[in-house]
Write a protein that binds this ligand. Structure first.
Ligand SMILES: [Zn+2]
Length: 246
């Protein structure tokens, strides 16, 4: 099937001809097809609930659930990072919609938000109206990074240890470790998702560091991710509390 023609580049008349984007030479990387980019993002996101299912529900045999969860968790980044690189120029970081193919500098409807991802300055694109909420989110995550990291990794390590013990024939601690994992992670992601409402967007344009694996923010967009955190977080808090106090 022949590839669709490149969409015309929107250039405002004030831009001098020298600064206008040139047509891509043949063989240059084409803009990805919108639905394919979105569908790939959803598929890559689904790794996360699958890993959580394997760890939290740990279907028998537990050793297989644990091993598969670890392999998926470790392998995810190798698929999700190239996806992030492909998605950054084409999707709004906040609402996840496809943006025009025009170069960001020539498109008044979109802005970029400077992020520091693994030490590299990265200009993430977003709708003009969505730069402020995205900036607010990464500002809060940067401010609260230590308690948020602790609130995810400590219960995760505890659950992995309990799963390994169960796989070795000592399942006694697993129900409590699972409930504690859900309660603490539920509290942490709720704090992150509601906490961003407490801070203002930074006034200056200093690049904002991303203190968590950055690719996860580009799969469904930050707005959807935060709503998933709020809903699943509330559910897990209830599950955890009902185990200990129910
Ligand atoms: Zn947007």
């Amino acid at each position: 099937m022949p590839a669709p023609p490149e969409p015309p580049l929107a250039v405002s008349p004030e831009v001098s001809p020298q600064r206008r984007p040139r047509p891509q030479p043949p063989g240059a990387r084409r803009a990805p097809v919108g639905w394919q980019l979105q569908a790939t993002g959803v598929l890559l996101f689904l790794f996360i609930p699958l890993v959580l299912y394997l760890f939290v529900r740990h279907p028998e045999p537990v050793a297989v659930s644990l091993g598969a969860g670890i392999v998926l968790m470790a392998g995810h980044r190798f698929l999700a990072r190239p996806y992030m690189a492909r998605a950054i120029p084409h999707k709004c970081l906040w609402c996840n919609r496809m943006l025009s193919a025009a170069m960001p500098a020539f498109d008044a409807a979109t802005l970029t938000l400077d992020l520091v991802i693994d030490g590299q300055l990265t200009a993430a694109r977003c709708c003009a109206a969505h730069r402020a909420p995205a900036a607010r989110c990464f500002r809060f995550l940067g401010m609260a990074r230590l308690p948020l990291r602790l609130g995810i990794f400590a219960p995760l390590l505890l659950l992995l240890a309990a799963l390994a013990a169960a796989a070795a024939g000592h399942p006694q601690a697993l129900p409590a470790a699972t409930a504690l994992f859900q309660l603490l992670v539920g509290l942490t992601v709720s704090a992150a998702a509601w906490g961003i409402l407490l801070v203002r967007a930074p006034a200056e344009q200093t690049p904002l560091p991303v203190p968590f694996p950055a690719h996860n923010f580009f799969l469904l967009g930050v707005r959807s991710l935060l709503w998933i955190f709020r809903l699943v977080g509330a559910w897990w808090i209830v599950r955890g509390l009902s185990f200990f106090f129910g």
